[in-house]
Structures are given as structure tokens and as C-alpha cells.
Design a protein around this ligand. Structure first.
Ligand code: MN
Length: 695
């Protein structure tokens, strides 16, 4: 086991000013925190964070990152809390450990095409800091190395799939090819053992055919370069089984026809020498046409640079040769980690082909704008997806929304129909208002109902273009129809007050400068044709509300367009209600007991709920004030009674809390007044409950 002094001297090699005491403290802290815990391999648990810290030190990371490597599992697996960590190790390390812990809690559920890529973006977004992601990659590397100790095949496959689809591509994107190759190969072995061993067997065969093919070719290349007076470092290696398999799949070829199973690497001093070396190789060996690639003038998206060519070797074996400088080599192997401490002017050129990839562009900016190592730390915040928020459906599908999006945006993000019928939302299993702003990683379950429709107020908190335009469209389409219905019911009602049965022969459209009755009803409902003008034609009495028993029926009038339920008294279905005609808004419905109703009767309209609305939907919001004893179980009693009655709690607030009592304000969704009455009586007999009042 690596001792704390050994770890410290590893860090001191590249960072002589490193805070040795901090590393020692973290070493002891992590060792004690994990105590007697063991890994699946039966090794002490502490070996794992220590290995992660060592990998980070080998990549020459800053002290905070190495220390986080040691501490990365103490929140999750040992009984340490974040406050404690911050107190001992400071805010930066606590932030990093917390970041890694959050990443570990998210598990990837492969669903459909593009999910993997979205998920990678999501991880980048919630990592907040590049270092969090790098620590997580080293954690994954350590876990993959001990994967064979895990008993459950299902678990092994799940981890392997996640590695192959998420972590290996992330390592690749960051240019860390050594990590990528290793975790990818272990994952491949676990997911496709048959293919893995078939490729391994064939590799053995090829290996045994040639008389030490690799060593002989390396010698031959060395001599060739010596003759050409080029100083080159040459090595040969077999490609990993997974990358061979991927090539076979991609090009649909058998193993024998893959050219680059064995790859040689030529490392020279300068870019100029790279091209000279290429000339030497092409003169000495017959080339395989069409296989030359110049990644020096056109680097890969992750800024990989090299010259690649394929030639036929002296053993009649096709082979790939990669030519690069030492600097390009380190960048290729370690990726962004290689540049951590360097000003990276030419490593991540801003105008490279990667410019259209938001994430590389931002990585580029981070590394380019940073001067000293300290600067790099302050700029290591991942800002690439700060304009987006990543949320999940209950099935695990990702929905990407603009930053600041609410549950309504999420509903429209799934489908227009879901948005147009959304009745409520559960965010992380809790009922939440549709205006709730979503955060990265929220799981959102949209409750839909055929009785629901977009409300004008949604427009004020929807922020996505899709939601906004659909809400507008819905309101616009329905506005005309709703005001026509209201206008026509209002005129019928008005006539009935004078004991006249209204028919379309009753009035002359010319008098109101209208061409059609729909136009007349609309203008009347909107108040463009004043109510007084029509009423005065037929009614003498000012106090017309008291004349007869007729009503205006509320059936099928969508709330929020021509009819509004007053926010002062929140009337619900089957409440005793009265309407106030308030053009151009339409008709505002209050409970008869609401003290906000103006007593002047000129605009009052007797209204009635429909008789036959039989949906079992909780669509009306009521507010209750529940007075209760301040006992441990009071809260649970109340919520249990409410949910057992089939009502939904939307909001809770505690008020007037004292040693003995408190008041609970609850907003609940109920079917109608009868449902609410039933709920109130159930609450009144509940233990500890002293009073129940509707507000
Ligand atoms: Mn770990």
C-alpha cells in the first residue's frame, strides 16, 4: 500500500510547494472514515480511494484534486457529512467531493438513440467543474480494474454498459486515451465475452505466425530512421480487442482484413520531422492506399494530433504507423490532464474544426484564457451547458430545456398534447405547482387530464418557445369561441330576467352594426357592445338580479379565458357562487359569501354549475387553515387524511407556531364542494386537530 509520505513525494515531484500536511490529513481521515470496510475483492476499502488519488497525482493534478481522490467516497460510503468535510478541508475540496458524490448517485438507463450522448452532456453539466469529471473517471478506472470481483452478472453488465456508452466516450472527448482504452476493453470483455475471446484467439494466431513480428519491425524502423538521420523513438503495440471489434463492425470486415491490428508509433522532435519521417516510411515500405490521415493540419474534435499511415511490413503484414511529436503524444495519452499546468496556446487552438462543438469550444476557452495554474483552477468551472437544464421523465428519458424552465415547459417538451392537457406535476415524487423552476437532474412526472387545458397565466412562467407558442395558440383559438358562448348565454339570461324567451329574431343585428350573430355574441361577451345598452332596451328595474330565478350556466366554459374563478375566494365546483360581469376580462365567479363582491348589483349575474359534470378529476383549488396540536405525529395525520380522501396537496405552509399549537395552511386540489366538505369533516375528527377552516 502506498504510504502517505510516498503519495506526498509523488505530488512534490511536480509541485514542490504542495501542501503536504493537507494530503496527510486527508489520507488519515479517509483511512479512518472507511475503517474496516472492505471492497468486493475483500481488500480494505481504503485501497480504492488511494488508487484514485495516486492516478490523479500521476496525471500531475493540483493538491485539491488529489485530496478529493482520497476523500471521494467518504460522503457516500462512510458516515461523514458535508459540513464536517468543509470545516476540516475547506470549501473547495468539500465542493469537489460533493460533486463526485452527486455524479455517483446518477445511474444511466439506456433507452433510445441519442440518449447516451445527451447523458454525457448531462454529466458534464452537473459536474460544474472539470476536475469532478476527471476524478469520476479515475474512480471508474479503479472500479473497472476490480470489476471481476463483483458476483452479480447483471451488475457487472450494467456497469460495463455505462462505461462503454458514457464514461469511455467522455474520456475520449477529454482526450484521455489511456484511460479510455483500458476501461473500454474491460467493459467489452464483460459485455461480449465470446467476441472478446474470439478476437484474442485470432490475435494469438497472428502473433505466433510471425517470428517476433513487433520486435523485428521496431528494429527495422529504427535502422531506417538512423540511415535518414532522424532521431526517433519507436514502439509497437497490439490494438485493444474492443477497438478491433469496433473497426470490424464499422467496416463490416473479418479480423484478417483489418489493417491496423498492430500499430507502431514514431515519436520525433518537431512537426517538420513528422512529415520527414512520413516520407522515409513511404519510401521504405509499400503503402496501403487511402489510409493516410493528416491529423496534424486537421486535428480531431478532441484535438488529437498525429499522422497516420498504413503500409505493408517486411512480413507481408499490414500495419498502421502513427507519427507525432512528444508533446502531441502526451496530449493524446492524457488529454486535458496533460495541459493542466501549461499555458496551452497551440494545444487547443480556438479556430480548430471543433468550433461547432459547444463543449470543446468551452474547454478550449477555459484552457486558453487561463495563465497560471491558479487561473486554471478558477476557470475550471464547466460553463458549457449553463443555458440548459437537464431533467428526466419517470422512465429515465432525458428532456433538455432552456435554463429557468418550469414544469409547464417540461410538459410541452415531451409533447404538445401533454402540455395542452397537463393538470399538475410531480417533481422528484412531490406534487409541485406547474410554475416550479426545474433544476438539473430533477425527475418530473406530468399529470394529464382530458378536462385540463392551457391557462393564460401559464404564459407568464413558461419560458421555452414551444410552450409559449402553444399556450398562445390555444388561448387564441379558444378565446373567440369562449366569448361567443359567454355572450350568447348572457343575452339569453338577460332576456329571461324580463321574462322574454330569447331567439335570434328578438334583436336586429343592424342596430349593433353586426353582420352575424357570432359577431354580436362575441362583442357582447367582450363588452364592446355595452351591457347597459342591450339591457335598457328590455328592462326597467335597476335591481334586475332579484327579479327571477334564472341562471347563466357555467358548463363547458373554460376557466381562464372568458370565465375566471376569483382568487380572493377560490370557488370550487358546487359552491354557491355568483358572477360579476367585468368586461373585457369576462365573467368573474366568486362564492356568495365572498366579501369582495361589490354590493351594487348592476353587473351581477346569477350563475350555476353544470348539473351533470361527472368527471372525477381534482381540478379545483381550495385553501384550508388547519389548527393542530404541536405533536410529532400531527403533520403526518393531516397529510394522511387528505390523501386518503383522494385530494392532492399542492402547497403547505406552517403558521403561528407555538410550543403547543400551530396552524397549517394547505392548498389542495379537490373535485368539488362536496368533496371538500367530506375532507373537512374527516379532518375535524382527526387526532390532535382543533379547527378546520376554509379560506
Ligand atoms: Mn469510488
Amino acid at each position: 500500500m502506498l504510504t502517505s509520505s510516498e503519495l506526498i513525494s509523488l505530488v512534490k515531484e511536480y509541485n514542490p510547494d504542495a501542501n503536504a500536511e493537507l494530503i496527510r490529513k486527508a489520507y488519515i481521515f479517509a483511512m479512518e472514515a472507511h475503517g474496516t470496510q472492505r471492497r468486493a475483492s475483500d481488500a480494505p476499502y481504503f485501497y480504492h480511494p488511494l488508487e484514485v488519488a495516486r492516478s490523479l497525482a500521476e496525471l500531475k493534478f493540483d493538491v485539491s484534486t488529489v485530496v478529493t481522490g482520497l476523500l471521494h467516497d467518504v460522503l457516500e460510503d462512510a458516515s461523514v457529512n458535508l459540513e464536517e468535510l468543509e470545516e476540516i478541508f475547506g470549501a473547495e475540496i468539500a465542493f469537489l467531493v460533493d460533486g463526485v458524490t452527486k455524479l455517483s448517485k446518477i445511474s444511466y438507463v439506456p433507452r433510445r438513440i441519442n440518449q447516451a450522448e445527451n447523458f454525457q452532456k448531462f454529466l458534464l453539466a452537473i459536474s460544474c467543474d472539470i476536475r469532478v469529471l476527471i476524478i469520476k473517471l479515475m474512480d471508474r478506472l479503479s472500479n473497472m480494474r476490480t470489476l471481476n470481483y463483483i458476483q452479480s452478472i447483471e451488475k457487472k453488465e450494467k456497469i460495463s454498459l455505462e462505461t462503454l456508452e458514457i464514461y469511455a466516450p467522455l474520456a475520449e472527448r477529454m482526450g484521455m486515451s489511456i484511460v479510455k482504452d483500458e476501461i473500454e476493453d474491460i467493459a467489452f470483455y464483460n459485455l461480449h465475452p465470446d467476441e472478446y475471446s474470439a478476437i484474442s484467439r485470432k490475435l494469438d494466431k497472428i502473433r505466433n505466425k510471425g517470428v517476433n513480428f513487433i520486435a523485428n519491425t521496431v528494429d527495422e524502423l529504427k535502422k531506417t530512421f538512423e540511415n535518414a538521420s532522424i532521431d526517433a523513438n519507436i514502439s509497437g503495440r497490439e490494438k485493444k480487442a474492443y477497438s478491433i471489434w469496433k473497426k470490424m463492425q464499422k467496416r463490416n470486415l473479418p479480423l484478417e482484413q483489418i489493417n491496423d491490428i498492430i500499430a507502431f508509433r514514431v515519436i520525433v522532435e518537431s512537426v517538420q520531422q513528422c512529415y520527414q519521417a512520413l516520407g522515409v516510411i513511404h519510401t521504405h515500405f509499400p503503402i496501403v492506399p487511402g489510409r493516410f490521415k493528416d491529423y496534424i493540419s486537421v486535428p480531431k474534435i478532441n484535438n488529437y494530433k498525429s499522422l497516420h499511415t498504413s503500409v505493408i511490413g517486411s512480413f507481408q503484414q499490414p500495419m498502421e504507423i502513427q507519427i507525432r511529436t512528444a508533446e502531441m503524444h502526451r496530449a493524446a495519452e492524457e488529454g486535458i490532464a496533460a495541459h493542466w499546468f501549461y499555458k496551452s496556446g497551440d494545444i487547443f487552438p480556438g479556430k480548430s474544426k471543433s468550433a461547432n462543438y459547444a463543449w470543446t469550444k468551452n474547454l478550449t476557452a477555459i484552457l486558453q484564457n487561463a495563465g497560471s495554474p491558479e487561473d486554471i483552477m478558477t476557470h475550471s468551472k464547466l460553463e458549457m451547458f449553463e443555458n440548459e437544464v437537464f431533467c428526466f421523465t419517470p422512465r429515465g428519458d432525458l428532456v433538455i430545456l432552456p435554463y429557468g424552465a418550469t414544469a409547464v415547459d417540461f410538459a410541452y417538451g415531451i409533447h404538445t398534447t401533454v402540455g395542452n392537457t397537463c393538470a399538475g406535476a410531480k417533481i422528484n415524487d412531490k406534487i409541485a405547482p406547474l410554475c416550479t423552476v426545474l433544476h438539473n437532474g430533477d425527475q418530473v412526472d406530468i399529470i394529464t387530464s382530458p378536462y385540463h387545458h392551457p391557462e393564460a397565466i401559464w404564459e407568464s412562467f413558461a419560458i421555452s418557445g414551444k410552450a409559449k407558442s402553444n399556450i398562445k395558440k390555444f388561448i387564441k383559438v379558444h378565446e373567440k369561441a369562449e366569448f361567443i358562448t359567454l355572450g350568447s348565454r348572457l343575452i339569453t339570461y338577460l332576456f329571461s330576467l324580463a321574462n322574454i324567451h330569447f331567439t335570434e329574431d328578438s334583436i336586429s343585428l343592424d342596430r349593433f352594426s353586426c353582420v352575424t350573430f357570432d359577431e354580436f355574441y362575441y362583442k357582447f361577451g367582450k363588452g364592446i357592445i355595452p351591457l347597459d345598452r342591450v339591457r335598457d332596451l328590455f328592462l326597467k328595474s335597476e335591481d334586475w338580479i332579484t327579479i327571477c330565478e334564472n341562471h347563466l350556466l357555467l358548463t363547458d366554459l373554460l376557466p381562464g379565458i372568458a370565465v375566471h374563478y376569483a382568487e380572493c375566494c377560490n370557488p370550487i365546483l358546487k359552491d354557491k357562487v355568483i358572477g360579476i360581469f367585468a368586461p373585457p376580462k369576462g365573467l368573474v365567479v366568486h362564492t356568495t359569501s365572498c366579501n369582495r363582491i361589490e354590493k351594487s348589483g348592476s353587473t351581477m349575474v346569477r350563475v350555476k354549475w353544470s348539473d351533470n359534470r361527472d368527471d372525477t378529476d381534482n381540478s379545483f383549488v381550495a385553501r384550508l387553515c388547519i389548527g393542530t396540536l404541536n405533536e410529532a405525529n400531527s403533520f403526518a395525520t393531516i397529510t394522511n387524511i387528505i390523501s386518503s380522501t383522494g385530494a392532492h396537496i399542492i402547497n403547505l405552509k406552517m403558521e403561528h407556531r407555538s410550543v403547543e399549537f400551530f396552524d397549517l395552511l394547505v392548498d389542495i386540489k379537490v373535485r368539488d364542494a362536496i368533496h371538500l366538505d367530506e375532507l373537512q369533516s374527516n379532518l375535524r375528527i382527526g387526532t390532535n386537530i382543533r379547527s378546520v377552516r376554509r379560506l
